[in-house]
Structure formats: structure tokens, C-alpha cells
Design a protein around this ligand. Structure first.
Ligand SMILES: Cc1cc2nc3c(=O)[nH]c(=O)nc-3n(C[C@H](O)[C@H](O)[C@H](O)COP(=O)(O)OP(=O)(O)OC[C@H]3O[C@@H](n4cnc5c(N)ncnc54)[C@H](O)[C@@H]3O)c2cc1C
Length: 524
């Protein structure tokens, strides 16, 4: 179907990001959501302004993503109630924020949490606290309402949908043989090294260092794993978790994706269940439960510009994005839950451990596009609509259906959330900064036209979320297992793991909060 477009006009004040466009004969509204890259750069570029007021607290938590929120919870668990959490945006959550379209909740970033293993005891405890995890008759059970409903995922391959994401339909014996070979190699890697999430307590070994040193593609070449279907699937998995494909991420990362979870079960092999928790609004469901108890200790619209450590404590200059004034905060300790590239600009002077962590660390931008449809899409034959719907051969990651978790049958409007990691696209960040929202709308439509030819007809609204520095890419040369605290400062962002998942952000935040509480107690 040809895409036609006429001029776009700005709409109202209530939803300032909304614009209306004629699109294939009907009106489609759309625009960008927060975070606004201009705000992200404002705290950085604003010329120094003298602080007009001073405040004191026990601990400063800088950055209100999952790591900062987990740090705040850990402070409270340790009996520290006097702290402030300062967040740049107008809401907490970082990459795990959500929005809504047509009154329907939808993720703007992170959308699921695999059930944490015993390597993530702090996270298990918190899930118990939220009621998601309960002990029944001596066994742990998760609240079924929040476990991903079946069917979980499907792949659009050779013109129709198959169950599951590993290409199976129409693949030959040689492909299946390579699946089995990779399965054995992953099982062997699991026997030889510990691949766990979070990895904060697992030092690098000579074996894992060697895997961190080479690209995943090179490791696969070395094992003769060159099948096109297998390579596509592995590239998809890397882009999905790490924001960049198998030529850019390390062999450690490629193996870790499978070895830290369920292995790589080849067709016909017994596969462990892969349960995961998800919500229509994605991980913002979890964020809300971390943020709610903080009350007015969570201060949004606050861009941290400078953090210094002095003899008596820490001092932070913080720009209020609403009125342009600067507040000087004084505290005994700080948790720096900021992305590493931000922390390097803020902490003055830059501690050696921060420089060490930043070395070799690159990032992948992401774009997330939420699509409001006036009803269900027509489907090609094959597997039923699933929570996660992926297209073979696409440079994007497909879409999740926010209404999939609904307990009532969804007959009317619905929201689909489409993802693309741009870590392999050389101009990815410039595209995010320079292209209008309609560019991303057209990209989505082109991507999804083959499985859903009626998409344009059904499309009502488009909300584009740009994550310019979304996540660390675990590329060769970016491994780090050094210290994450230095005197009064404790660092806690998923960047410190070298890759970005909830388990890493939460656990590192928790440990940093405990460290800050100990500094406070010591009266240093
Ligand atoms: C599109 C996308 C999808 C994802 N999907 C998943 C998923 O499904 N499951 C999963 O486990 N993980 C997912 N992730 C990974 C996700 O990043 C982590 O799960 C986690 O949310 C990271 O939390 P964080 O606290 O480490 O970092 P961030 O989310 O980056 O939080 C950092 C915070 O610091 C704030 N900040 C920055 N500068 C300043 C400043 N100067 N002053 C004050 N505050 C500042 C930011 O606004 C932000 O709130 C996804 C990531 C992206 C981008």
C-alpha cells in the first residue's frame, strides 16, 4: 500500500506532543513523548548559576531509574529515612517509564522481568514484599495474573506466523544440526563458568575475560556456526537484550544471554519453562511500587550539574528545570545512580573507579513507538497473536501487545509497542535528534505491512519515545569487575554491569544504598 502524507499541524496544549497528519486518507495524530533530548542536554549546557538556596539531608540519591529507586528502598530498609532522590525528568523510572494512548497503558521502554534466580536474592525479597512471589506449601509461586499469558511469542517467517522465536518452519537438517551444536556449546560454557544475573558478585576469570575480548560473531565463526537462520536468531537476541547485534557485542554477552537463563534448547530437547512477569505498562508497574513510598523525598525535574566530595560530606549543585534556579544540597553520602557518561560530567573530580568503568563503554540508542489502533489487526495464518511478535529478517525487534495481559477479552482499541535498537545504525542518535515523528511512523508501517496489511487503516495515534543513550553495549573491551564505591560515593547504574537489565540495576542500586547507609551510620 502506498503511503501518502500531507502537511502536519500542531494540536492543543493538553497533549503538547500531539500533531495531526493525513495519513493514507485518514487523520493520524502523533508526536514525541518524554524524555526530550533537549532537557537531557539542558542540565549539561546551562551556564553555571550561583545557588540561590541550600538544603541538607542524610544521603543524596542522584538519578531515579530502577537503580536509584532500589537504592532509596535499601536506605529505608536500613532505617535511613532522611534522604533525597533527585531525578531529571518529570517522573521516576528512567528506561522503565510508561505512558498511555487512548486511555490504554503502554510501556515506553522496559516491559518485562524474567523470574529472578537465587543469584538475585535482594530482588526475590522485594518481589515477595510486593506480593508477586509467595511461598505456598513449601514452594515459591508467582502471582499468575502477572506472569506472561500464553501464547508468549511468535515469529513471522516465510509469510506466516510460527510459534516461538527460533526459526523452525521450512529450515533444513543442516540448520537443525547447528542448533544442536550451539546447544551443546552453551551447556559446556555453563559448566565451565558462572553466567548469572546480576553479575556484581562474580569476578571475571581468565575464561570469561577471553570471551569478553572477542566479538560474538568471531566466536561463532570459530565454531563453524554460520547458518543464516541461526545467525539471524542470535543477532536478534543480542539486539533485543544489548541494543546491538552479534558483530558488536562480545562473545561473553552472546553466551550469557542463553547461559544465564535457560540455555539454548535445540528443537526436541527438553526446555525449561521461561516464565516472565509483564504488565500492560511494562516495568513501570514495578517502578510505581518502588517510587510510591518515597513521598516528597522523590524530587523530579532536578538536573544534577555538579557533585563534589568534601571533608565533611558531599555537595551537589542541582538545576530546577522548571524555574532555572540552582539548589546546593549537602549530605553525608551519595548514591550516583546516573548513567556513567553523565556521572563523568557531574562528579568533580572524576574518581579513578569511574574512569575505569567508563573505559571502553559504548551505548546503543533505542526508539520505542506506541501505536493506538481502533481494533484488532487482520492476521496472516499460523500461530495466534502473542505477547511478543517478531519478524524474521527485520532490522527492528517486532512489537508487544500491551493488552495481551488483559483478563477480559479485548475487542476494541488496543496499543502495540514496537521496538528498534539502533546500536548498529551508525547515524542512530542523529536520526533520533533530527527526524520528525512521522519518519518513525513510516518505518514502523513499512516494517509491519507484510504481516498486517490493514495496519494503516486501523492506525489512530503514534507516540514515539527516543532513548538517545539508552543502554551500555557489552562490546569487546568493556568488561569491568572493579570496585563501585569510593568513600562517600557509591555508584549504581546498570552501566556498571556493562549491559542493561532490571536485575543488574536493582541489585546494584540495593548494594549502593546499603553502602551509603553504612557511611551515614559510621558518622564519617
Ligand atoms: C527500550 C528499552 C527496553 C528495555 N527493555 C527491558 C526489559 O524489558 N527488561 C529489562 O530487564 N530491561 C530492559 N531494558 C533495560 C533497562 O535499561 C533496565 O532494566 C533498567 O530500567 C535500567 O535502570 P537504571 O537505573 O540502571 O538506568 P536508567 O533507566 O538509565 O536511569 C537513570 C536515571 O537517571 C536520570 N538522570 C540522567 N541524568 C540526570 C541528571 N543530570 N540529574 C538527575 N537525574 C538524571 C535519568 O532521567 C534516569 O531516570 C530496556 C531498556 C530500553 C532502553
Amino acid at each position: 500500500m502506498a503511503l501518502t502524507r500531507r502537511g502536519c499541524l500542531g494540536l492543543g496544549v493538553a497533549l503538547p506532543w500531539l500533531n495531526a497528519c493525513r495519513f493514507d486518507g485518514h487523520e493520524v495524530t502523533g508526536g514525541f513523548t518524554a524524555p526530550d533530548p533537549a532537557r537531557g542536554h539542558r542540565w549539561r549546557d546551562a551556564s553555571p548559576v550561583a545557588a540561590t538556596r541550600e538544603r541538607r539531608t542524610g544521603v543524596l540519591v542522584l538519578g531515579g531509574g530502577v537503580a536509584g529507586l532500589a537504592a532509596a528502598r535499601a536506605l529505608r530498609l536500613d532505617g535511613v529515612e532522611e534522604f533525597a532522590l533527585l531525578e531529571l525528568e518529570d517522573s521516576a523510572g528512567g528506561n522503565a517509564r510508561a505512558g498511555s494512548l487512548g486511555g490504554l497503558a503502554c510501556p515506553q521502554g522496559a516491559h518485562y522481568l524474567p523470574l529472578p534466580s537465587d543469584d538475585a536474592p535482594e530482588l526475590q525479597d522485594w518481589l515477595e514484599e510486593t506480593g508477586l512471589r509467595q511461598r505456598e506449601a513449601g514452594r515459591w509461586r508467582y502471582d499468575e495474573r502477572h506472569l506472561c499469558h500464553s501464547p508468549q511469542d511468535r515469529l513471522f517467517l516465510h509469510g506466516h506466523w510460527q510459534d516461538g522465536l527460533l526459526p523452525l518452519e521450512g529450515v533444513g537438517a543442516a540448520t537443525l544440526e547447528q542448533y544442536r551444536r550451539l546447544s551443546r556449546l552453551i551447556a559446556q560454557a555453563r559448566r565451565e563458568e558462572r553466567f548469572v544475573m546480576p553479575g556484581v558478585r562474580v569476578p571475571l576469570t581468565p575464561g570469561t575475560r577471553a570471551l569478553w575480548a572477542i566479538p560474538f560473531a568471531q566466536w561463532l565463526d570459530g565454531h563453524g556456526l554460520d547458518d543464516a537462520y541461526l545467525r539471524w536468531y542470535l543477532d536478534y537476541a543480542c539486539r533485543d537484550d544489548y541494543g546491538a547485534g552479534l558483530t558488536r557485542v562480545s562473545a561473553w554477552a552472546g553466551i550469557h544471554y542463553f547461559a544465564s537463563r535457560h540455555g539454548f534448547p535445540a528443537p526436541g530437547e527438553a526446555a525449561d519453562e521461561e516464565p516472565l512477569l509483564t504488565w500492560p505498562e511494562g516495568n513501570a508497574w514495578l517502578v510505581r511500587r518502588l517510587a510510591q513510598p518515597l513521598g516528597d523525598r522523590l524530587r523530579t525535574g532536578q538536573g544534577v550539574q555538579r557533585l563534589r566530595v568534601e571533608r565533611q560530606g558531599v555537595v551537589a549543585d542541582v538545576l530546577d528545570l522548571a524555574d532555572g534556579t540552582v539548589t546546593r544540597w549537602r549530605a553525608q553520602a551519595a548514591v550516583v545512580a546516573l548513567p556513567v557518561h553523565v556521572a563523568r560530567r557531574v562528579v568533580d573530580p572524576v574518581p579513578a573507579i569511574l574512569s575505569a568503568r567508563a573505559a571502553g563503554l559504548g551505548q546503543a540508542p533505542w526508539v520505542v513507538v506506541n501505536l493506538l489502533l481502533d481494533g484488532p489487526l487482520k492476521d496472516r495464518g499460523g500461530a495466534h497473536p502473542s505477547w511478543d511478535n517478531v519478524l524474521y529478517g527485520s532490522p527492528a525487534l517486532g512489537y508487544v501487545d500491551a493488552s495481551h495481559q488483559s483478563l477480559a477479552p479485548v475487542v476494541g482499541p488496543r496499543v502495540l509497542t514496537w521496538y528498534q535498537a539502533l546500536g548498529d545504525e551508525p547515524q542512530g542518535r542523529s536520526l533520533l535528534l533530527q527526524q520528525p515523528w512521522t519518519f518513525w511512523r513510516d518505518r514502523v508501517v513499512q516494517d509491519l505491512m507484510a504481516p498486517h496489511p490493514d495496519l494503516v487503516e486501523r492506525l489512530q495515534q503514534v507516540a514515539v519515545t527516543r532513548h538517545g543513550h539508552a543502554m551500555a553495549v557489552p562490546a569487546p573491551g568493556s568488561a569491568y569487575d572493579g570496585p563501585w564505591h569510593d568513600g562517600r560515593l557509591a555508584f549504581a547504574h546498570s552501566d556498571w554491569a556493562g549491559y542493561s537489565v532490571f536485575e543488574e540495576a536493582f541489585t546494584r542500586g540495593h548494594l549502593a544504598g546499603r553502602h551509603a547507609a553504612a557511611v551515614l551510620r559510621s558518622g564519617a
